[in-house]
Design a protein around this ligand. Structure first.
Ligand code: IPM
Ligand code: MG
Length: 361
């Protein structure tokens, strides 16, 4: 019997609509092959939502997401909305979506594909074989801690405040996700913190150690975040799975992504303990190339594969998409961001077409 899934599509801003359109075509083809039927519904988020409704995450969008099996998000943001008050910025919509669906665990794989090794800005021998999974805590830490805001002091001076805070239960639940994820990989977990300075990091470290007692088969290490930033570019092969808080994870996952040559290739999954997950590329909305058919749709396509694997438990369909992406790279097709000598440069739509041909072939 055909398995039915309700998917909320959130195209957002910039290149979002273009890369999501390619991905929907891919899902439709894959659906036919694996007897899956996707019912797509589209919602507004980010700048597109601000323009239409005045807010970056309308209630209808959150309701739509809550009532679906998974959410496929493209990207949000753009120069146009950068100077609005914080409550009306696209980024606030994205944070609201993560908090609203309680998506505390963000999985960001950074895998070097042999086909793209020349696209990395680092030496081949440094990046060859790199395969890292960053597990980022997504609904706590300094992004959400209270108090926050810009206040006026007694002397009339302004003071900006954010609070980095984690409770034991918040740390424990993300630690479990990371230990489980590392078990499916090389069973090596590195927890990144700043416990030499921050109390919140000391508690983080204590709890990760406490949770590790349930995972005696996993080799746990700890690293300060400044050192981790250095080690990621010095010797990235030492890492397998990384667990870290919201802010450190935001920064380190961009660095890890760039080891692979282009952030335009990397997907992510944001998961809670139940309910729909959100699957989105790690890259942003790239307003500078929006609407020009130049964007790389593959991170979005690979996010759909993560949706199938982690959100819908359809691993075979996910495998097929991932193999298809490798095949088009093997055939030499490249968008501008991953272009190198003697390869065939294509735009967003053509990349979609060649991928469809491979999947249907
Ligand atoms: C990311 C982005 C977001 C974040 C922004 C757009 C709010 O950088 O998903 O990494 O900081 O989490
Ligand atoms: Mg980021």
């Amino acid at each position: 019997m055909t398995q039915q899934y309700g998917i909320t599509l959130l195209p957002g801003d910039g290149i979002g609509p273009e890369i999501l359109a390619v991905t929907v075509e891919v899902l439709n083809v894959i659906g036919k092959q694996f007897d899956l039927s996707f019912k797509f519904q589209e919602g507004l988020i980010g700048g597109a939502a601000i323009d239409e409704t005045g807010e970056p995450l309308p209630k209808e969008t959150l309701d739509l997401c809550r009532n679906s099996d998974a959410v496929l998000l493209a990207a949000i943001g753009g120069y146009k909305w950068d100077n609005l008050p914080r409550q009306q910025r696209p980024e606030t919509g994205l944070l609201g979506l993560r908090a609203g669906l309680n998506l505390f665990a963000n999985l960001r794989p950074a895998t070097i594909l042999p086909q793209l090794i020349d696209a990395s800005s680092l030496k081949k021998e440094v990046v060859e074989g790199v395969d890292i999974m960053v597990v980022r805590e997504l609904t706590g830490g300094v992004y959400f801690g209270q108090p926050k805001g810009i206040f006026t002091t007694e002397t009339g001076e302004k003071r900006g405040v954010n609070t980095m805070a984690y409770t034991e239960s918040e740390i424990d639940r993300i630690a479990h996700v990371a230990f489980e994820a590392s078990r499916k990989r090389k069973s090596k977990l590195c927890s990144v913190d700043k416990a030499n300075v921050l109390d919140v990091s000391q508690l983080w470290r204590d709890r990760v150690i406490a949770v590790s007692e349930k995972y005696p088969d996993i080799e746990l290490s700890h690293m300060y975040v400044d050192n981790a930033a250095m080690q990621l570019v010095r010797n990235p092969k030492q890492f397998d799975t990384i667990i870290t808080g919201n802010l450190f994870g935001d920064i380190l996952s961009d660095a890890a992504a760039m080891l692979t040559g282009s952030i335009g290739m990397l997907p992510s999954a944001s998961l809670g303990s139940s309910g729909p997950g959100v699957f989105e590329p790690v890259h942003g909305s790239a307003p500078d190339i929006a609407g020009q058919d130049k964007a790389n749709p593959l991170a979005q396509v690979l996010s759909a594969a993560m949706m199938l694997r982690y959100g819908l438990n359809e691993a075979a369909a996910a495998d097929k998409i991932e193999q298809g992406v490798l095949a088009v790279l093997d055939q030499g097709y490249r968008t501008g961001d991953i272009m190198s000598l003697n390869m065939k440069q294509v735009g967003c739509q053509e990349m979609g077409q060649v991928l469809l041909k491979v999947l249907e072939g």
